[in-house]
Design a protein. Structure first.
Length: 66
């Protein structure tokens, strides 16, 4: 039986994509619902907070799934 040798992973960090998506879609949601620039900024901050929660607790230790 052949032994399977896995190639070493490059170790790319994909966490930044989650923060970017959280900020963009949080800002869009806040801007469209309240129709103001301030609401878009607040929505972006809330989106970043949710992305931080997602990366910190839900994705912790799941490098093999990405």
């Amino acid at each position: 039986m052949e032994q399977h040798i896995e190639e070493p992973t490059k170790g790319t960090n994909t966490n930044g994509y989650f923060y970017l998506l959280g900020a963009i879609f949080g800002g869009l949601t806040g801007g469209f619902t309240q129709e103001s620039f301030l609401a878009a900024l607040i929505g972006a901050v809330i989106g970043l907070l949710f992305a931080g929660f997602f990366v910190g607790s839900l994705l912790k230790g799941r490098e093999h799934d990405r």
